[in-house]
Write a new protein. Structure first.
Length: 162
């Protein structure tokens, strides 16, 4: 908010004000897909959900995935949300995950539901992680595809021996 105010950007000020009801965005379920991950959770707040996106960033590369909010609020005023993250175009490595509004440049936190995330099988390209040292921040690790043949077998044997 301070950054938007110092720039005098009225659209960003209004957007950050609306987003404060929804952040930190909490990931409570992760489903692997052959091309990436399907994330979902619950949005709190009783106002209309602004247009927001999940942003993966590592300093140089940035990838966006729009967040789809459920149509009708539940009895407690919350709404379900989901986003599909694709591994296409992502290099190997670890990505921080944030949320950003449609008109804003501010990156806001995405956290896990205060639980360790179970590891996914190696054939899935993206591995969800929880950085517990930094308040359960949500991270994604882009893995190399598993090697086939003799090199793959020797690599797995070597990792098990360590």
């Amino acid at each position: 908010m301070v950054d938007a105010l110092t720039r005098g950007d009225t659209k960003s000020v209004a957007e950050v004000s609306r987003l404060r009801r929804f952040v930190p965005l909490v990931v409570s379920r992760v489903e692997p897909t052959p091309e990436g991950l399907e994330l979902s959770g619950t949005l709190t707040g009783d106002v209309d959900v602004p247009a927001i996106s999940i942003v993966l960033h590592d300093g140089g590369i940035e990838s966006r995935a729009p967040i789809r909010a459920g149509e009708a609020p539940r009895a407690d005023g919350s709404r379900a949300w989901s986003a599909r993250i694709s591994a296409n175009g992502l290099d190997d490595g670890r990505y921080a995950v944030s949320v950003r509004g449609e008109h804003s440049s501010e990156l806001l936190p995405v956290v896990t539901a205060r639980m360790p995330l179970p590891p996914l099988d190696p054939e899935f390209p993206l591995q969800p992680l929880a950085d517990r040292k930094n308040g359960w921040r949500f991270l994604i690790d882009r893995r190399r595809p598993p090697r086939r043949g003799l090199a793959g077998v020797l690599g797995r044997v070597g990792r098990r021996l360590r």
